[in-house]
Design a protein around this ligand. Structure first.
Ligand SMILES: Nc1nc2c(ncn2[C@@H]2O[C@H](COP(=O)(O)OP(=O)(O)OP(=O)(O)O)[C@@H](O)[C@H]2O)c(=O)[nH]1
Ligand SMILES: [Mg+2]
Length: 794
């Protein structure tokens, strides 16, 4: 039985190898589309394509290779290199970008009119239809598709697609349909297209080969010319012939060749030997050219003329020359290059043949690595005075010396700037610049920034009396100097300082002499308009009104304006004496509220003290004693604090809240309402709101939630309440006013107050005030957190 084997031989058709190119403007979505065709999820943060990338995939019996080329303006010229081998084109446009439609049209036309593209099928993909996009007709018209494809015999189709719609099965149908159409068109015209592509590719390869040959010949010619010139130069200098070319090999064909290490080593050895012989020869030349003899200097040494050493050699020359110079010149160290001075000097000192020395120096050092002569060195211009100044300044600052030490006016303070203490100079620079000026180095601040009037402290700003605005400006200087003419509190670490800092005060050791001299300087720099205004005010207004402005002159007759803050003090003192005379005002009333000061146009006892503290006087000005007749030195400020302390200990100021007391140094007095003013005129009469019952109620409510709530008796702590009789009240008023004058009398009064009613001792008020010593000054720490005691009223 014979085996019957039937073999069905199926004809195997080889897969067509189709090459396509995706072109179009940049940002059209070409790379995204090619990724989708590949079946990859496109990267949402795609970078623009530089050059091209190959994408290969298989589709209906054909292997497709897609060249995804960059669409940027500078990359477009490389497109033509791919046109020969492509069977069809995919032209992508961004359907959302109407503004680039014209540009796309031009590129479309140029592409299709290329001889390697004309006649080949073109698929136009209007991409990004997932966003708001142009209509199909608009694009057809805008791109002028019909005309362009007809004139270039390109079968074409346009599809509206979204490359981001999906990948694989989810891929936009329009894309797959468009691709199928394109491949079918190619297959349809395969018979003509395939040989055309092969021919075009061969022609392109031939053209490329030709071009490469031409380039090679061009490079070879250039190299021969250069070698010829070098050889001529060598012969002229008497150097040996070049043994082997040290030029880089011309890269022909594949640049990545295997290295012949043995050959390379041999080449390196030869180069070393050549370099060595070159150096030897040049050194021999140096020794023999008579320069050494003519210079008469045994230390001259020739270094090898490598490029790195050429500069060094110039330095060497300068050092050698400077041995003939004065010690000052030696100190200046080596210079770069030759100055006119050097050349002159070398001629003068050597006294020989000028041209020989100059030529010798220049020809010796003026050579490049190949021993060729360099162009002559140009002479450096003489140093400008500006440059010199800068150098000098740098030297000074390097040694922590004041840069402007030449300035006569500033010589006096120089020692201070070198003393190692961070001293602040008042009024000469703004607060911001202090830090800047003082931190990096102990250089002296410039006097350009005198008073920064635009930057007035919030604290100062709160004082809104327009009449005294100018004086406030001047006062700021004095205040500023008082606060800043001291060693920084952080550097002051004594028991006294610590104690006061806990109470919210900074303590500074004082240097009154220095304060004085600095204050003078501050005044000197007060701007002329202030002086002018001072003149006008002096003429126009009564002196009592403008007492705070005061003209003074020093020994040299220079005019200053001094600010003594006396207006408010005078007012206060005047009122005080009125009160004492009339004996009208019960102390309790003024002390009760913040609003009740300046009644009768005057000040209560507490407000006198408060104001005295609020308006610190400028530093002493001993030269003009008359300006201080009813005024105190800065030390008196401290005395005021002492007085307040005494008053507290006597219980007289117990009508004030602790916050009021604390704010005493910084708060502004406010006007009292008119009805209160009327009542004030009546001796002994007390405002209803100040009646013990009302006050008790009010204070109970305040202290209800307060752990420190005093008893009913304590809350009722006005002097009149405590003393009970008008006689005692009068006595209290009198003693209150005298309290500032000394301990004895206030103690005498104090003895009349029952011991248990010494509230200040009970509540520790006096302890909250700073400890004062004459050798120190105190200042309220800005923003000191005293919130704990803020609402406690005694
Ligand atoms: N909304 C939307 N954005 C798309 C679509 N296709 C591409 N993009 C976005 O368009 C931007 C540009 O895409 P690419 O693919 O890099 O554009 P390209 O044409 O390759 O750009 P070049 O490489 O510079 O020539 C990217 O942020 C893509 O995410 C789409 O169909 N819809
Ligand atoms: Mg791209």
């Amino acid at each position: 039985m014979g085996n019957c084997v039937s073999v069905n031989k199926k004809k195997v058709v080889p897969k067509k190898q189709i090459t396509l190119a995706i072109v179009g403007l940049d940002n059209a979505g070409k790379t995204t589309l090619s990724s989708v065709l590949l079946g990859e999820k496109p990267d949402p943060d795609l970078a623009p394509t530089v050059g091209f990338r190959n994408v290969k995939f298989t589709n209906s019996n054909c292997d497709v290779t897609v060249f995804d080329v960059g669409g940027g303006k500078n990359i477009r010229p490389i497109w033509k290199n791919y046109f020969a081998e492509v069977y069809g084109l995919m032209f992508v446009i961004d359907s959302t970008s109407e503004s680039r439609l014209k540009e796309a049209r031009d590129v479309f036309k140029e592409t299709l009119s290329n001889t390697k593209v004309a006649g080949k099928p073109v698929l136009i993909l209007a991409n990004k239809v997932d966003k708001e996009h142009m209509k199909e007709t608009e694009i057809v018209r805008g791109l002028d598709i019909e005309k362009t494809v007809n004139s270039n015999n390109c079968p074409s189709k346009m599809v509206m697609v979204s490359a981001l719609k999906g990948v694989g099965a989810k891929m936009d149908k329009e894309i797959s349909e468009g691709l199928t159409w394109l491949l079918n068109e190619i297959k349809k015209s395969w018979e003509t297209l395939s040989p055309r592509v092969q021919e075009d590719m061969a022609a392109q390869a031939q053209a490329q080969e030709k071009e490469r040959e031409e380039r090679k010949a061009r490079v070879k010619k250039q190299r021969e010319e250069r070698e010829k010139a070098e050889e001529l130069e060598r012969t002229a200098r008497g150097l040996p012939k070049k043994a082997e070319s040290d030029e880089e090999d011309f890269v022909d064909g594949n640049p990545f060749k295997a290295l012949d290490l043995a050959q390379l080593e041999k080449k390196e050895r030869m180069l070393k030997a050549e370099k060595h012989s070159k150096d030897k020869k040049l050194n021999a030349l140096d020794r023999g050219d008579g320069l050494r003899k003519s210079m008469g200097d045994p230390i001259i040494r020739r270094r090898s003329l490598d490029s790195s050493n050429t500069k060094r050699s110039l330095d060497d020359l300068d050092i050698i020359r400077s041995t003939n110079h004065s010690p000052e010149k030696l100190k200046a160290g080596p210079k770069m290059g030759l100055t006119s001075y050097d050349l002159e000097d070398s001629r003068a000192t050597r006294g020989g043949n000028n041209s020989e020395v100059k030529l010798g120096a220049l020809s010796l050092f003026g050579r490049n690595t190949r021993g060729q002569a360099l162009p002559p060195l140009s002479q450096l211009p003489p140093e400008s005075s500006d440059k010199k100044f800068r150098k000098k300044k740098k030297r000074l600052t390097d040694y922590n010396l004041p840069a402007n030490s030449d300035d006569d006016t500033n010589n006096k303070e120089n020692s201070s700037w070198n003393s190692g203490l961070f001293l602040h100079e008042p009024g000469l620079f703004s607060r911001e610049s202090e830090v800047h000026e003082l931190t990096p180095r102990m250089t002296k601040p410039k006097i350009s920034k005198i008073v920064n009037t635009s930057k007035i402290d919030e604290e100062e700003e709160s004082y809104s009396n327009q009449d005294t605005y100018d004086s406030r400006k001047l006062g700021r200087n004095s205040d500023f100097s008082r606060n800043h003419l001291t060693i920084r509190s952080s550097q002051f670490d004594s028991k006294l300082g610590k104690e006061n800092s806990q109470k919210g005060y900074e303590t500074f050791p004082r240097d009154l002499d220095r304060e004085d001299s600095m204050y003078r300087r501050t005044l000197k720099h007060i701007s002329p308009p202030s002086l002018k205004r001072f003149d006008e005010e002096k003429e126009g207004e009564s002196s009592t009104e403008r007492d705070d402005l005061e003209e003074v002159s020093d020994d040299n007759g220079d005019r200053f304006v001094s600010y003594q803050n006396r207006r408010n003090l005078n007012l206060a003192k005047q009122t005080k004496s009125n009160q004492i005379k009339s004996k009208k005002k019960p102390i309790s009333r003024e002390m009760d509220d913040d609003d009740d000061e300046e009644a009768d146009g005057g000040y209560s006892q507490s407000s006198i003290l408060k104001d005295t503290l609020r308006f610190p006087r400028s530093p002493r000005y001993d030269d003009d004693a008359s300006s201080r007749d009813n005024d105190e030195s800065p030390r008196d400020l401290h005395k005021e604090i002492r007085d307040v302390q005494q008053l507290y200990s006597s219980g007289l100021l117990n009508g004030h809240s602790s916050s009021q007391v604390k704010r005493g140094l910084s708060e502004t007095p406010t006007k009292k309402s008119s009805d209160t003013k009327n009542k004030d005129d009546k001796f002994g009469k007390v405002d209803q709101s100040n009646r013990p019952e009302t006050r008790r109620k009010k204070k109970r409510s305040i202290f209800r939630s307060n752990k420190l709530a005093p008893s009913d008796d304590d809350a009722d702590s006005t002097v009149s309440d405590r003393l009970g009789s008008p006689r005692l009240v009068q006595q209290a008023t009198k003693h209150d006013s005298l309290a500032r004058l000394g301990n004895a009398r206030s103690t005498q009064f104090h003895n009349n107050v029952p011991k248990e009613q010494d509230f200040s001792a009970k509540w520790g008020l006096a302890e909250e005030l700073p400890v004062i010593e004459d050798d120190y000054t105190v200042r309220r720490i800005p923003n000191f957190d005293d919130s704990d005691a803020d609402d406690i009223v005694f």
